[in-house]
Structures are given as structure tokens and as C-alpha cells.
Design a protein around this ligand. Structure first.
Ligand code: DC
Length: 222
């Protein structure tokens, strides 16, 4: 049996990984896992219990007992969940509790709704190319300037009806980058063999075209 094809997309918050991952998954018929949603769900679960997301015991308990329906909760995209997610993500036992699930998703891609098997998956996050799937067939590190990312996140939050101001969103993005990069366990980092894709001045069609070309090149018979 051939090994499932894996595309690893890593990079900072609001760089455009999620939109790109969904487009690549749809185009190539691959399963898609938003690994940030797992950390957001842990963060949200801790907040809903009235506990502190930096508390390792509460956060690890939440990671071990994540209800599947929480992954669909609209609150996952809120600024509060985003902030809590990067706090729980710095706790090694939280990362350990989510590790096997992510590995299994990549090793055994979920079939299409009609049962047809899929040939692989796209995972997006911070440590996919370095820790979760170090053997991924394609690794792309998606970046954009903090200002471009703050503008995108502002629009996203406003579209959700949240009151948000640019300066505060930018501050949150910079703080989250610092926390995700500085943590000791699986920090946000480009894999040595990742292709870097700066999306600051590109629209989604341009980003998709560049990423598709990278994947097509990898799929070419040698
Ligand atoms: O991609 P996102 O903004 O939804 O991710 C939310 C947080 O989860 C982010 O601040 C860092 C953390 N995260 C992580 O540590 N590792 C991943 N593979 C994905 C997300």
C-alpha cells in the first residue's frame, strides 16, 4: 500500500493558512485538519469551566476529554478563544494529549462522505512540518507581515460581529507570535525543508496558484 500524501502548512496566526489549506484539500481531494481548532477547543473548554488557560491540570484534562462537537463551535474563532489557545498550546502535556490524534489523521486519511478512500491529507498549524509530520511530502511555511495579518483578522472579527480595533488586534497578533515562537515545546518554526510563501501582497487566488504549483511539482513522476 502506498503511504498517504501529506501537505503540511505552518505559519503564524492569520497568515492565510486555513483558507489555503481548504482550497488545496478541495482541489487535490485530500482530507483537511485545522490543528489550531484543537488548541482553540481546549482553550475554550477551559474558559467555559471558569478556569485559567495557563493552568496545566485544567488544560490537560480538557485536552484529554475534548468533545467532538466543540470543534464546530462558532466561539472557536473568537479573540478570547485565540488568546486562550496559545496559552494552552505552550503546555507540553496538552500537546502530548493531542499528538496521537493528529498523527492518526495524517496516517489514515478520512474517506469522502460516500466512502471513497482519499489519498492523503492537508494539516495546518505551527509544528506540522517539524513535529507532527516531519516526513510530509510538501511543507509550506506561510507568512505575512504582522500588519497584513492584523488587517485580515480585524475583518474576520468584524464579520463575526465582534467589536475590534486595529491597534488591539495587531498587539494581540504580536503577543501570540511571541508566545508561539518562544515556547520550549514544539515552537512555531519553519522546517528546514519547507518552502516559504509570503502572502502579504497576494490575494487568495495568487496564494493558491503558488501553493498548487509547489504541490504539482512534488506530484510529478520523477
Ligand atoms: O492557527 P490558529 O490561530 O487557529 O491557532 C491557535 C493557537 O493554537 C495558536 O496560537 C498556537 C496554537 N497551535 C499550536 O501550538 N500548534 C498547532 N499545530 C496549531 C496551533
Amino acid at each position: 500500500m502506498t503511504r498517504p500524501f501529506v501537505i503540511a502548512l505552518d505559519g503564524p496566526a492569520a497568515a492565510g493558512k486555513g483558507t489555503l489549506a481548504k482550497r488545496l484539500a478541495a482541489h487535490f481531494g485530500l482530507a483537511y485538519l485545522d490543528t489550531g481548532a484543537l488548541y482553540r477547543a481546549v482553550g475554550l473548554s477551559v474558559l467555559r469551566q471558569g478556569k485559567d488557560p495557563t493552568d496545566p491540570i485544567a488544560a490537560t484534562e480538557a485536552a484529554k476529554n475534548l468533545p467532538a462537537d466543540l470543534l464546530q463551535d462558532p466561539e472557536l474563532r473568537s479573540a478570547a478563544s485565540g488568546d486562550a489557545s496559545s496559552k494552552v498550546a505552550a503546555i507540553p502535556s496538552v500537546r502530548a494529549a493531542l499528538f496521537d490524534w493528529q498523527r492518526r489523521f495524517a496516517a489514515e486519511p478520512q474517506p469522502f462522505a460516500d466512502g471513497t478512500p482519499r489519498s492523503g491529507s492537508v494539516l495546518d498549524g505551527r509544528d506540522i512540518g517539524t513535529v507532527i509530520c516531519p516526513d510530509a511530502d510538501v511543507k509550506i511555511f506561510v507568512t505575512a507581515t504582522p500588519e497584513a495579518r492584523a488587517n485580515r483578522r480585524l475583518k474576520e472579527l468584524q464579520a463575526r460581529g465582534e467589536k475590534a480595533i486595529y491597534a488591539r488586534v495587531l498587539e494581540d497578533i504580536v503577543a501570540r507570535d511571541a508566545r508561539d515562537t518562544a515556547r520550549a515545546d514544539a515552537p512555531m518554526k519553519a522546517a528546514e525543508d519547507a518552502v516559504h510563501l509570503d502572502t502579504s501582497d497576494l490575494d487568495i487566488d495568487q496564494v493558491f496558484a503558488k501553493a498548487k504549483a509547489i504541490v504539482d511539482e512534488r506530484l510529478k513522476p520523477s
